[in-house]
Design a protein around this ligand. Structure first.
Ligand code: FAD
Ligand code: THG
Length: 810
């Protein structure tokens, strides 16, 4: 077992010490610059509201474990968790609709919850003004964590197994040799360690920076105030219980509330973001007992106080008696930051973690350190999820302050940030703008969602009978009916898709083949010109990613992946004889797909592009006109055609060449919405959304990409008798929509959840993927809850469209 040093005895560091020691890793030393256990960090004064429900299954799971664990902790002073329940109220129709969406997440991720009429909300929380609210969402298992007690209780458990805690011990530096940590330096000397975990809260970015790691987090101040005594609360609670009413969220005004015996605590995000400069703070707070508490800025609280008194008239003319601006970490996407430094083994981080998620993050981190992989999917929190651009100080500050502003906002799944756009554009960007592209953003890239230039042809198609069912206002946002026409024209004629943002690596070297064979589930050691669809699994057999591997030369592969996490994974395992180069930005690509694709492209190429001469899942390097290209006969949309790549400087010329060649064939440029709907029809999965490390290939319907006759990471752990399966479901009502993450019911019992969904122009229905119990069979009917509206859908054998591959193999 390794010798571990944890930096920070806040809720994360203490919980981690507990999780490590309970797994037999008992040589754990936790160092904190402050006293124990009110260290002066964020944990010391967190009011401890735990609302478990989150759009992310992973974050909800982290919270659920925190509640479960804290409920069982013993502390001499009393409870560590008080299950008062949670209540979120709606004061606007938009919020009321959105609470229905939230109720869906709760059901899908296994949190008990109920939508309530105003009268029932007031029955639960009599201080509410009934006239202010349209309804509420009640989650009885939510409640209050007493964070310092929970920290102390977990530390106590760790100490009983051998862990040590040292207060007033600041870590000044990380000590390392030969790419491995060997300890930490303190004023009293070096504390040796094989593993150092940075759980230093908002100080963590400073510590990580010393070992060359960028942690994209911003310490931000947030206001918390306690009123004086409230008459209506007198006699309701004891000093010991502190609270009996549910914790309360008033998200329309960026507020939350809890009781403190006969007072009310009010947290507010309804002020300007207040990023804290850490260097200044550290200088100013040297010797302060509570460096994470800043003086209250009363003016910032004025609108919050007014809104609080409107919702809770009982506040009357009471006053704010104690208040402060407290500091904690915000990240660009609201997720925590977990994982091991790639270039300094043994240096781990568990950062930007709320009390709510602390035990879950700690458990996953302990598993990751000791077992090589966590048992739950943590890709959303992975330290290496960020693109290069997303680690720039400018980006981190901009997006983290935006995350603060949006913390309680209703955020649509296709709502992308407006600031810092246009950072990554393909060489086709000017053409796309001329064609009226509406852009989504992904990984910093501008990605056309649909093209207004196709409006006229779309209208013609609708006039001639192509179905275009009406949409509700929510699902019609950031969407256009033009996308239906673009999908239809891909199946009927031919379309061009910008594939540039598909991340591509060149893998070369004498050991490239052996390396890729060891990393992937399928056989990639095939002839030059082969393309292979294959999976990257973790040590537990879970799917990290699905990728394609094109063998362009004996020792040169083009590998197309899903996210920066794939780069990280490959780099960590690459031996000296292998070079991995990200070629995405230096190259560009166009997918030309549709029944007329061959007629369109053949005249540009001297090579024979017939089915016999250039087979499905083959690659070739050739020329279109004078432009050197790499063509892959692969189609994520499931049509005849090719991905055509060239280096970036030829991009604009390639677009023009293809677009002109396509005109006689009725080519259109088509966007992400059509792309997504076509790949769902065709049964192709989206890694990170439909499939994660929590799923094995057999469950995901991807066993065909796993070869029994070779060795690869994860093979020994493969589960071939899954209890849940990824299924395609087709909605009955042509006007029914889904956007993903909806709860799925059978006989009024939630049995699973959707992952991604899209309206299929081909079948005239929305199709979704759903994780469902294996006993639910093809042909069975399920019920999907879309923001409170129930739609029936039928489990369909996948793929729904072209299961015989007749459209592709011809
Ligand atoms: P911390 O508690 O800050 O612990 C980090 C520790 O590292 C500190 O003790 C620090 O002294 C130590 N340290 C730092 N640098 C060094 C060093 N160089 N050497 C040694 N030790 C070091 N979360 C919720 O879930 N629900 C809430 O209702 C809630 N409300 C909040 C309200 C306010 C006003 C604030 C400020 C935060 C709130 N939070 C809430 C957030 C929550 O408090 C934090 O996210 C959480 O406590 C962070 O825990 P931590 O262990 O990561 O950090
Ligand atoms: N194109 C390329 N690489 C990629 C993607 C892509 N890598 C990442 C991601 N997308 C991978 N996803 C898929 C999913 C399905 C297919 C290709 C990439 C696919 N599957 C065939 C099937 O299931 O019928 C595989 C057939 C076979 O194995 O022979 O085409 O879009 N370059």
């Amino acid at each position: 077992m390794p010798k571990v040093v944890v930096i920070g005895a806040g809720i994360v560091g203490t919980s981690l010490a507990d999780e490590l020691t309970v797994r037999g890793c008992t040589d754990v030393t936790v160092l904190d610059r402050g006293p124990l256990f009110a260290t002066g960090g964020s944990t010391s004064h967190a009011p401890g509201l735990v609302f478990q429900t989150n759009p992310s299954k992973t974050m909800t799971g982290f919270a659920r474990y925190t509640v479960e664990k804290f409920s069982g902790l013993a502390h001499p002073d009393g409870w560590a968790f008080n299950t008062v329940g949670g209540l979120e109220v709606a004061t606007t129709p938009e919020r009321w609709a959105d609470l229905h969406r939230k109720a869906g997440w709760a059901a899908a991720w296994g949190i008990e919850g109920r939508l309530l009429e105003p009268a029932d909300c007031v029955r639960l929380h009599p201080l509410l003004d009934r006239d202010q609210i349209l309804g509420g969402f009640h989650t009885p298992a939510d409640g209050l964590a007493k964070a310092v007690r929970a920290a102390e209780a977990q530390a106590g458990q760790a100490i009983s197994r051998g862990a040590q805690f040292r207060p007033h011990t600041e870590v000044l530096d990380i000590v390392h040799t030969g790419g491995r940590v060997s300890g930490v330096r303190t004023a009293d000397g070096v504390v040796e360690a094989d593993i150092v975990v940075c759980a230093a809260g908002f100080w963590g970015a400073e510590i990580a920076e010393r070992v060359g790691l960028v942690l994209p987090l911003v310490p931000m101040a947030h206001q918390y105030a306690r009123t004086g005594r409230i008459e209506a609360l007198v006699g309701r609670n004891t000093q010991r219980s502190e609270a009996g009413l549910p914790i309360l969220r008033h998200q329309d005004r960026d507020l939350y509330f809890r009781e403190h015996v006969d007072r009310i605590g009010i947290g507010s995000y309804s002020h300007q973001p207040m990023p804290v400069d850490i260097a200044t703070l550290m200088a100013d707070s040297a010797g302060e007992p509570m460096p994470s508490m800043l003086p209250f800025t009363e003016d910032d609280f004025t609108p919050a106080w007014r809104a609080a008194r409107t919702l809770i008239p009982a506040l009357g003319d009471s006053k704010v008696e104690e208040a402060f601006n407290g500091i904690f970490s915000f990240t660009p996407d609201g997720f925590s930051i977990m994982g091991e430094h790639r270039d300094l083994s043994g240096f781990w981080v568990a950062e930007a973690v709320w009390v709510t998620h602390s035990a879950g993050v700690a458990r996953a981190t302990a598993e990751w350190i000791l077992d090589g992989a966590p048992s739950v999917d943590v890709h959303e929190c992975d330290l290496y999820r960020f693109e290069d651009v997303a680690r720039s100080p400018r980006f981190v500050m901009q997006t983290s302050t935006q995350a603060f502003v949006e913390v309680y906002d209703i955020v649509h799944p296709y709502q992308f940030r407006t600031a810092l756009r246009g950072l990554r554009t393909s060489p086709f960007y000017a053409r796309q703008r001329e064609l009226g592209a509406y852009f989504y953003e992904g990984g910093g890239w501008e990605r056309p969602a649909w093209y207004e230039a196709n409006a006229a042809v779309a209208q013609q198609l609708f006039d001639y009978g192509l179905a275009c069912p009406p949409r509700d206002e929510w699902s019609a946002r950031y969407w256009s009916p033009i996308s239906i026409a673009e999908a239809h024209l891909t199946r009927e004629r031919v379309a061009m898709y910008d594939m540039t943002p598909l991340t591509r690596y060149e893998v070369t070297g004498p050991d490239a083949t052996a390396f890729l064979q060891a990393m992937t589930t399928n056989n990639v050691d095939k002839s030059v010109g082969s393309v292979t669809y294959t999976l990257l699994l973790d040590e537990n057999g879970g799917i990290r990613s699905d990728i394609t591997v094109a063998r362009l030369a004996e020792r040169r592969y083009q590998v197309a992946v899903n996210s920066p996490l794939d780069y990280d994974w490959l780099l960590r395992h690459a031996p000296d004889g292998v070079t991995i180069r990200d070629i995405t930005g230096g190259t560009c690509g166009i997918g030309v797909w549709g029944p007329r694709a061959r007629n369109m492209v053949q005249p540009l190429c001297a090579d024979d592009l017939s089915h016999e001469a250039f087979k499905y899942f083959r690659a070739r390097q050739t020329y279109l006109g004078a432009i050197p290209v790499t063509m892959l006969r692969v189609s994520y949309v499931g049509e005849l055609g090719w991905e055509i790549y060239t280096s970036a400087e030829y991009g604009a010329a390639l677009w023009d060449l293809l677009y002109d060649a396509g005109k006689p064939h009725g080519v259109v440029a088509a966007g992400r919405i059509a792309f997504n709907s076509l790949r769902i029809e065709k049964g192709y999965r989206l890694s990170g959304t439909d499939i994660t490390t929590e799923h094995h290939p057999a469950a995901a319907g991807l066993q065909f990409a796993v070869r029994a006759d070779k060795d690869f990471i994860g093979k020994a752990a493969l589960d071939t008798a899954p209890r849940t399966l990824l299924r395609s479901i087709v909605f009955d009502d042509p006007a029914a929509v889904a956007l993903g993450k909806e709860a799925v019911y059978v006989d009024d019992r939630c049995v699973g959840y959707t992952t991604s969904a899209g309206y299929s122009a081909t079948v005239g229905r929305t199709i979704a993927y759903a994780w469902l119990p294996a006993h639910i069979a093809v042909g069975d009917t399920v019920v999907v809850d879309y923001r409170g509206t129930r739609h029936t859908a039928v489990v369909h054998a996948d793929p729904v469209v072209d299961p015989d591959m007749a459209r592709i193999r011809r």
